[in-house]
Design a protein around this ligand. Structure first.
Ligand code: PAF
Length: 311
């Protein structure tokens, strides 16, 4: 299986390194020529037990590698998916499977067409980018992949094969038929944690110790649950409890959104809490907590020095 991973962020670097280390043909595609060159065709993978592994693989900006791809892993942020899909779909063969691994739900409508080989995934793998080309695999978690709508058998077989390839590479993956529910389950966790950790400028665990942050977290998730239930989405048992558990389990983690703020990058706030607002508007559900959070995180994003928001 010839695999192209697009986006050398934490997840893209982790999946590229693990898949290439397991003997797969993997190319990492970057849009940034200077960075692609500086990565010098290798990645460094640090494990949770502090081992370091050098993985050699082609890292390029040349889209022609997509012509040979059987599987394209799209690991860019939700807000970049639409532009990228247009480029990717111009280069791939009709048999190629595209798998999007994004936080949030802002990109879901671009993945409606299962016939076109568009699948979605949600992962709990713990990846932190220590430096460009250097990723830490801090913790293993499951990855679920699936189509939003029933797909032809040929497509499903390809997806099953992709799951087997990823699992063999040490990235445990299962094919599911409720990927939308799974994406919402993760969305609610991210909606409760990510924006607040960016505002309070703290690791996930501290949100539980700041009474105001803790009650805001609960209210954010509860608003999300109301939207999900109205849409008929199965968010599983006790989404609030689950989010508090994730805070505890990842207590020392700097969330991906806080990492973005600290590194001066745009955040996924619109794909997470912003997407909840868009859904709530359609359903006339009040969401004051999510509205406040979105406006505050956007303000932090805009502030030139990325200073901590004045709470
Ligand atoms: O986006 C993140 O950082 C992670 O999904 C999570 C679960 C909030 C842990 O930091």
């Amino acid at each position: 299986m010839n695999i192209v991973v697009i986006g050398p962020g934490a997840l893209g670097s982790l999946f590229s390194a693990r898949l290439a280390a397991s003997g797969r043909i993997v190319t990492l595609l970057d849009h940034n020529p200077a960075r692609a060159l500086s990565l010098d065709n290798h990645l460094t993978l640090s494990t949770a037990t502090n081992e370091e592994l050098r993985v050699d693989l082609p890292i390029t900006t040349d889209h022609s590698c997509l012509k040979q791809a059987d599987l394209v892993l799209l690991t860019v942020k939700s807000q970049h998916v639409v532009d990228l899909l247009a480029v990717v779909q111009n280069h791939i063969t009709p048999d190629c499977l595209i798998l999007g691994l994004q936080n949030g739900i802002g990109h879901l409508h671009f993945f409606e067409d299962s016939q076109a080989g568009l699948a979605l995934g949600v992962t709990s793998q713990g990846a932190t980018l220590l430096a460009p080309g250097h990723v830490r695999h801090g913790g293993h978690g499951p990855t679920a992949i699936g189509f939003l709508h029933p797909a032809p058998d040929k497509r499903v077989l390809k997806l099953i094969r992709a799951a087997a390839v990823m699992s063999t590479a040490g990235l445990a993956t299962e094919v599911v038929d409720d990927i939308e529910d799974r994406l919402w389950q993760k969305l609610l966790v991210n909606a409760g944690i990510n924006g607040l950790s960016a505002l309070y400028d703290c690791p996930n665990g501290q949100l539980l110790e700041i009474p105001e942050a803790r009650s805001r977290l609960i209210a954010l998730v509860e608003e999300g649950v109301r939207i999900a239930h109205t849409k008929g989405i199965d968010v599983g048992a006790d989404p609030v409890g689950r989010t508090l558990d994730v805070c505890r389990a990842t207590a020392s983690n700097i969330s991906s959104m806080l990492q973005d703020i600290r590194n001066g990058r745009s955040t996924e706030i619109m794909a997470i809490n912003g997407a909840l607002l868009a859904e709530a508007k359609k359903l006339a559900i009040p969401t004051p907590e999510n509205e406040l959070l979105v406006s505050q995180v956007l303000a932090v994003e805009k502030s030139a020095d990325k200073a901590k928001f004045d709470l």
